[in-house]
Design a protein around this ligand. Sequence first.
Ligand SMILES: [Zn+2]
Length: 311
Amino acid sequence: MTRLLFLTIGPFAIMTIAYWVAAPPSSAAVVSPDSATARKSFHPLDRSIPKDLTTRCQASAARLRQVLPADFQIVTRAPFLIAGDLPESTLQKVYSDVIGPVARALRETYFETSPKLPITIVICSTEDLFRQLAKDWDGHLESGYHGYYQRDKRRILLDLEAGNGSLAHELTHALSHADCEQLPEWFDEGLGALHEEASYTAKGRGLFGLPNWRCKLTKQAANSGHLPTLEALTDPTTFRSGDVGLNYAVARSMCLFLQDRQVLQKYYQELKTRWPSDQHGVSTLCRVLGVKSASQVERQFAAWVKRQASS
Ligand SMILES: [Zn+2]
C-alpha cells in the first residue's frame, strides 16, 4: 500500500502549481489524513550535509532578515531557511509536515548530492504580497503563476492564497539544481510538475507522481492529434512559446510515462552524465526506452496517453 502525499498546513493546502498556468480551482491537492509514516521516518539532516551548513544558513538568515518585511518570521532548518508572514509555529509545521518529508523522499528517489548551500523558501499568505515581492525582488510581473524557484539565488517564492501552492514542484527544482547543474528545461519542469500530485512509497521513503489535472490537457491533445512533437517539446525556445500550459502538461505526462515504464530514475541518472552531448534529452530518451528514433518514442507515448483513464 502507498499513501497519498498530504501537504496540508493549517488552512493551506500546499501542492500544485508553479509556473505559467495556474491549476483550476477544482483541482484540489491530493489529500490523505495520514502522512504520519513519512513524518516519523524523516530525519532532517542526512549523512551528506556539510557540518558548516547550519552556520551558513544562520548567516543567510541574518542577511535575509535585512530584506524581509518586518512581520516575517524565519525558521532555520539546514539546508533550508523558511520565511513567511506566518507564525513561527506554522513555518515549523510547514517544515516538519511538508518540506522535510518531501525533500527526503525526493533525495531517496532521485538525488545523490544534498545541497551544500542554503535554500531559501519564502511563503506569502496572500497573492498581493507574493506579487509585490516577486516584482520588488526579481522584477517578475507575470500574473499566471503562484510560485517559482530563482536558481541564481537558490530561493523559492510561494503564494499560498491560491490554496494549492507549488512547494513540491519548486522543491524538486531546488534539489535537482543541487544535484545536477543542468537538465533539459522540459524535463526540469516535467519532473517538478510530476510531484505537484504525488504519493509516498510504502515506508514513506520515496515519492512517485500521480495523474492530475494536467493529464486532461495531454489526453485532449493526443486524441485530436495535436501533441507537440518531441523536437518542439524538448527545444527550450519552443517549450516556452505557443501553448505553454500544454507543453507543461505533456512534459509532466512524459515523466508519468517514463515512471510507468520504470525508467524515470534511470533517465534522470543518465541525463546527468549525458547532458553535454544530449542537451535536449532526446537520444537519452530513446536509449532508456530501447527504441531507435524520436518518432518511435512519439508513437509509444501517444498510444500510452490515449490508454490512460480520463481524469
Ligand atoms: Zn517549475
